[in-house]
Design a protein around this ligand. Structure first.
Ligand code: GLU
Length: 427
């Protein structure tokens, strides 16, 4: 990659600035993260040796509330990546009107190489290093790529031990038995599903004739494929990090799920079975999945999947970004020129942080909701903000991505200005 991911991410903001009047003070404020922390995380390995890993937590902007965002474990984690993800979280929380700013954390590691005990020691040790940087009114972590509720449980436990009290709202995405929220584990995928169901009727499509490919069969992709399949869409391809499967007539998603589940070989906390081992379907690579001739493409894995190199080969008509940053800015321009509708990450995958917000609210009130209540509230939020962003896009004749940034920026700009603008002092 020639350009940094953060420079890429900022381009989306620049595009939105042409369509909104926002104070220069607010623009200046949003150019830089509020604070960035880099930590060295010592971990005692099972063989007795000590290894030190690099970790990060970036708080991008807290004008609208305490900062919020997940923690990822991945070999490609860098400060630049975490900063970009924190930037996206700022706009995601504002787009959904959550009372939060944006943050993100990460550790540079391949967690599948660790034993479960090493993983636990790593997670607790990371909290030792960032405990003073986070908190229920300051910055609230949650799961992200290759982290899950079990890991959040260890982290919450460590946070409570350090502070010598139970602080339920300090971390979200916790196990239910540690005051997590019902519906949090399926929230990101369900949010994507609600957005798809709100937007597709605008194109007069019929579910049964609509083909779908989902890249990423992890926490998010499984839920999306399953809900779309249940609603009658024809899910023809899914993939995981090892590769994918394809069937022109549609996959039987419940049996694919079942397969992935039954081959689960618990090495540390991860599911090792790959969908490519399902013999009855044609196998394809992740790259092939992205360029399949389908109606809907859902990238639900990592960033930078559709770039200048493959954007012209993409044949899907609609792309729903369930992952963060799967399309580069250059690829975005190519897709737009080719008439492909792209629905942006800061809206499409916002279901996860929305239910994290519900978890935080429940933790603070001590009153817990049913799964129906959680999903109903999630649906209301997703439908309302999706409709509003659609309207902005239509009114201003701009892409859904730029419209989502305009929508979020409007809210962030107002909050920044409410604290005082240069007009207060110069006129
Ligand atoms: N990691 C998720 C995201 O990128 C969820 C963050 C949260 O729940 O705070 O939106």
């Amino acid at each position: 990659m020639t350009e940094s991911l953060f420079a890429e991410a900022s381009q989306r903001l620049d595009a939105a600035l042409h369509h909104i009047s926002i104070s220069e003070d607010a623009i200046e404020r949003l150019k830089f993260p509020k604070s960035s922390l880099q930590v060295s995380i010592p971990v005692r390995m099972d063989n007795g040796s000590l290894q030190v890993f690099q970790g990060y937590r970036v708080r991008y902007d807290d004008t609208r509330g305490p900062t919020k965002g997940g923690i990822r474990y991945h070999p490609s984690v860098t400060l630049d990546e975490v900063k970009s993800l924190a930037f996206w979280m700022t706009f995601k929380c504002a787009a959904l009107d959550l009372p939060f700013g944006g943050a993100k954390g990460g550790i540079t590691i391949d967690p599948k190489q660790l034993s479960k005990l090493e993983l636990e020691r790593l997670s607790r040790s990371y909290i030792n290093e960032i405990a003073d940087f986070i908190g229920p009114d300051v910055d609230i972590p949650a799961p992200d790529v290759q982290t899950n509720s079990m890991i959040m449980g260890w982290m919450a436990d460590r946070y409570n031990t350090i502070h010598r009290k139970i602080v339920p709202a300090a971390i979200t995405g916790k196990p239910l038995t540690m005051v997590g929220s019902l519906g949090r584990d399926t929230a990101t995928g369900m949010g994507t599903f609600f957005a798809i169901e709100t937007l597709m009727p605008k194109f007069q499509t019929v579910r049964e004739n609509t083909t779908v490919a989902v890249q990423g069969f992890g926490n998010v992709g499984v839920v999306i494929a399953d809900l779309l399949w249940q609603a009658g869409y024809r899910v023809v391809a899914v993939s995981d990090s090892q590769g994918g499967i394809y069937a022109k007539g549609g996959l039987d998603i419940p049996s694919v799920k079942q397969f992935k589940h039954s081959t689960r070989n618990l090495k540390a906390a991860y599911c090792e079975g790959t969908v490519c081992n399902i013999l009855e379907y044609e196998t394809i690579t992740n790259e092939e999945l992205l360029t399949l001739d389908v109606d809907i493409l859902v990238p639900a894995a990592m960033e930078n999947q559709i770039t200048e190199k493959n954007a012209n080969a993409v044949r899907a008509k609609y792309i729903f970004e369930a992952a963060n940053g799967p399309i580069t800015a250059a690829a975005d321009a190519i897709l737009e020129a080719n008439g492909i509708h792209v629905f942006p990450d800061i809206l499409i995958n916002a279901g996860g942080v929305t239910v994290s917000y519900f978890e935080w609210v429940q933790n603070r009130s001590g009153l817990y909701w049913t799964v129906e209540e959680v999903n109903d509230r999630l649906k209301q939020k997703m439908v309302k903000e999706t409709e509003r962003i659609w309207e902005i896009a239509q009114q201003k004749s701009i892409s859904m991505r730029t419209a989502a940034y305009v929508h979020a920026l409007d809210r962030i700009g107002e909050a920044i200005d409410a604290k005082g603008t240069r007009d207060f002092y110069t006129s």
